[in-house]
Design a protein around this ligand. Structure first.
Ligand SMILES: [Zn+2]
Length: 317
């Protein structure tokens, strides 16, 4: 058992319970606040909506909600704390920077890996700004098919802050690429890979890609259920069921990467695409994905391992 930070104080890992490891309350692409023509952010309405979402999840058995929003795309830990207070669900936040093409990189590009590691360490141990709210883990991100120099610097900073503080790392990958290369960078910095979740790994259905990473001890995030236009759920499920069938349930976590409120003008998805993502809600796993796993013969014990035990062990290792 270990004590970890949530946005409303510390909690022991045995109290985490059923956990969604990658969901968002607010996301705003870098620069959204400069757009005076965008719909105004109505905090009260957004708060009400987020609380309703979390209460619905709580009724489905959820105890903990991890929002890995990096510092540069609209992270608002006070908002998270208000939602946690009102809903009774634990919310965990991260420190970190997003991938280069969608991050707010100009200032951070001028910082060294060690300067960034110092920022991450401070947010993990002292708090975020003046809020006193501390992050519990570190977020990193890479784009498709390559890791830019900037992204590599941020990954190295995450590795160094993780080694200093013991905090685990969670990542973003695009289209199921670069997970292995992310692990190479963490490994070269001496990170224990059991402290790493390679996020959005369900963006690939290549089982070789998955087992290459699992054999190195990390966790894989099957954490974009419902985002059909990026990868159909049936392929995410086929890969997941295959990996569960050969005994990897202790290294997989499930989530949706859902977003309760998008700041600025929204995600910019076409009506046709919006039509395909009707299930992209944080309740989808409870309502549809877990039943599909049970239908495929996945035992309750393995579901519990992914939803409860893995999040706890990830923070304890
Ligand atoms: Zn995300």
């Amino acid at each position: 058992m270990k004590t970890i930070n949530t946005v409303t104080g510390t909690v022991t890992t045995d109290k985490l319970g059923t956990t969604l490891m990658h969901e968002h309350l607010l996301v705003g692409w870098a620069g959204w606040e400069l757009d005076c023509k965008a719909p105004r952010f109505d905090r009260k309405t957004a708060l009400k909506r987020a609380v309703e979402r979390l209460k619905e999840l709580k009724d489905l058995g959820l105890s903990t909600f991890l929002d890995p929003c990096p510092n540069d795309i609209g992270r608002d830990v006070v908002f998270m704390a208000e939602v946690a207070d009102a809903s009774g669900v634990n919310i965990i936040c991260t420190t970190g920077l997003y991938k280069e093409d969608l991050g707010n990189t100009v200032y951070m590009k001028q910082r060294s890996a060690d300067e960034i590691a110092d920022i991450y360490t401070a947010e993990l141990t002292e708090g975020i700004g003046e809020t006193g709210i501390k992050a519990a883990l570190i977020k990193c991100a890479t784009g498709k098919d390559r890791i830019t120099e900037y992204e590599e610097k941020c990954l190295r900073a995450a590795a160094r802050a993780s080694k200093r503080t013991g905090a685990p790392i969670t990542t973003h990958t695009d289209d199921g690429t670069m997970g292995r290369e992310q692990l190479d960078i963490f490994e070269s910095e001496g990170v224990d890979l059991r402290k790493v979740i390679i996020g959005h790994s369900c963006g690939s259905a290549d089982l070789r890609y998955h087992t290459d990473m699992l054999d190195r001890g990390c966790y894989l995030g099957f954490d974009r259920f419902g985002l059909e236009f990026l990868q159909p759920d049936r392929l995410r499920l086929a890969a997941l069921i295959g990996l569960l069938g050969i005994g990897f349930e202790r290294q997989i976590v499930l989530s949706h990467d859902s977003v309760a409120c998008v700041l600025g003008r929204g995600l910019g998805l076409s009506p046709e695409i919006m039509e395909t993502i009707r299930n992209w809600e944080p309740t989808h796993i409870f309502k549809h994905i877990l039943p599909a796993l049970r239908n495929a013969g996945v035992p309750e014990e393995k579901i519990n391992t992914m939803m409860v035990e893995n999040p706890r062990r990830y923070f304890e290792q």
